[in-house]
Design a protein around this ligand. Structure first.
Ligand code: AMP
Length: 499
């Protein structure tokens, strides 16, 4: 422990002292000031340590979008506890795996308890714990390289892996946003969180907090609710995955003159240029794209609003100021503009490695500190990045990653299924939707297989369409060729919901 380094706790207490009574967090009728947020996180941090947790312990958090979750996240940071955010959309089976894999000693939950942990704290208990707690500042000083949070990503090998992020990476992420993406935040700015704070939107919280701007949380996204809240609160910034932008343009009545939005940040999945063009037409030049991944949180490249020219709408932009990016071939040689290769990146915001997976860490981080993203792309002569494909076949549906093997594994647990290949089929609304080709041992209805998956997988991972094939295409070594399956797959009918 150095004690010499800026802590996340310092950012919170400084904001508390500077912006005291102004609203820091708003969720419906509930609002918390900057001073209160500092105090709530101190007291909850003290209470958590009072429950027998020790700095460095991992604490899983399974709560839906709202103030409680944010207070819990930053109380954990002040107490030196490692946050493991979980996605409430996942099934108990998926969550249990993450709770066990992360080695969580405690679970903060709004009801579900997918796996036993030594300590379980219900969200409803938090206010009682806070009321009874010591209000002295909670300051467990973390080394900049010590774990601060674990972010689960499926990677490409099926089972999800936890990315270890540190105080160093978190501070760099905040700095990246303030320098490039949101350089104009002022105390009267307002961030509207429409997407889950456990994921992309959470990265916008601290940049706004440190500048004295309010963070407004929507518990659930709906296009009209978003527009109404944006007008009501005078939102200046928001974050969406492309699917949400598509829903917004389809389903909301938008009067641009009533909006104050200056940045609609989007990313997390490829976006269709036509959708982007429509968005700009409706909302004006407010779109800012970010390309990143759990391993390099939300900051590899960004496409600024003024760079959204018609010929650049397919680009993911240029590297952030304090981020390096390169395109490499399979041997690790740098490739010139116009040549496709793997995107690699380096910067203080990148992960320190995968939790308890030294081999995967070594493969991804290499020896020279460059992070291999697994994405294939190329740059043009002006340095703009164009992403082409995933190195592997991860499907992104509605902004959520679906790892084909995980779905295949579930299909294969059905007695009638002999072989399965899961691929993403392009979908105008969800980006991609999950489809499967199966070879069966005996006749079985498509609905039965879909139900079988639904019992074990989150809604966004469930195949929307299953085809019955006589055989699956294979490579010479017998591996199923998902690319061929994808190309052959018939495009199924429109689907209307992804939950
Ligand atoms: P995750 O780690 O779950 O955040 O997923 C990261 C992956 O999503 C990246 O490696 C990319 O393949 C994809 N991705 C993220 N942002 C973009 C973007 N702006 N355009 C295209 N793909 C993106």
């Amino acid at each position: 422990m150095t004690g010499q380094h800026l802590q996340i706790a310092d950012l919170i207490s400084r904001a508390g002292a500077s912006f005291g009574p102004a609203p820091a967090l708003i969720d419906g009728d509930r609002s918390v000031s900057f001073a209160e947020f500092d105090s709530l996180t101190d007291r909850l941090g003290n209470a958590l340590l009072g429950r027998g947790l020790r700095p460095g312990d991992h604490v899983a958090v399974l709560v839906s979008n709202g103030i409680d979750g944010v207070v819990a996240y930053y109380a954990l940071a002040k107490a030196g506890l490692v946050r493991v955010p979980l996605n409430a959309r996942e099934t108990d089976v998926e969550l249990a795996y993450k709770i066990e894999d992360s080695g969580a000693r405690a679970l903060i939950t709004d009801g579900r308890r997918p796996a036993p942990t030594e300590i379980t704290i219900a969200v409803d208990e938090l206010s009682t714990m806070i009321d009874a707690a010591d209000s002295t500042p909670c300051r467990v000083v973390l080394d900049p390289e010590a774990p601060l949070r674990l972010a689960y990503t499926g990677g490409t090998t099926g089972k999800p892996k936890a990315v270890v992020l540190t105080t160093r990476s978190e501070l760099a992420e905040v700095a990246n946003f303030l320098v490039d993406l949101l350089p104009d935040i002022r105390p009267d700015s307002v961030m509207l969180h429409a997407a889950p704070i456990t994921h992309g939107s959470g990265a916008f919280f601290l940049p706004h907090l440190v500048k004295g701007a309010a963070n407004v949380i929507l518990q659930k996204f709906s296009p009209q609710r978003f527009i109404d809240a944006a007008v009501e609160y005078g939102a200046t910034a928001t974050f969406m995955v492309p699917t949400m932008i598509s829903m917004l343009l389809e389903d909301a009545a938008i009067d641009r003159d009533r909006l104050r939005l200056s940045r609609l940040c989007y990313g997390g999945a490829p976006i269709a240029p036509a959708l982007l063009a429509r968005g700009i037409e409706t909302l004006g030049p407010v779109f800012a794209q970010l390309y990143g991944q759990a391993e390099a949180p939300l900051a590899i490249t960004c496409l600024q609003p003024w760079e959204h020219t018609p010929e650049r709408l397919a680009s993911a932009g240029k590297p952030y100021t304090f981020v390096e990016m390169d395109i490499r071939d399979a041997e690790g040689n740098s490739l010139p503009p116009g040549t496709a290769g793997e995107v690699v990146t380096r910067g203080p915001h990148t992960m320190s490695g995968y939790w308890h997976r030294p081999e995967a860490s070594a493969e991804t981080l290499g020896v020279d500190g460059w992070l291999r993203t697994g994405d294939i792309g190329q740059v043009d002569s002006d340095g703009f990045l164009y992403l082409l494909d995933r190195r592997h076949d991860v499907i992104i549906s509605g902004g959520f990653n679906v790892y084909p093997r995980e779905v295949e594994d579930v299909l294969l647990t059905h007695p009638a299924v002999r072989e399965a290949a899961v691929v993403g089929v392009d979908d105008p609304k969800w980006g991609q939707r999950v489809s499967a080709a199966v070879v069966v041992r005996e006749p079985v209805a498509e609905d039965e297989l879909v139900d079988h998956c639904a019992r074990q997988l989150a809604g966004f991972k469930r195949p929307r369409h299953i085809e019955f094939w006589d055989e699956l295409p294979k490579s010479p070594v017998g591996k199923s060729l998902r690319r061929t399956v994808r190309e052959t797959m018939h495009s199924p009918q429109e689907v209307t919901e992804n939950a």
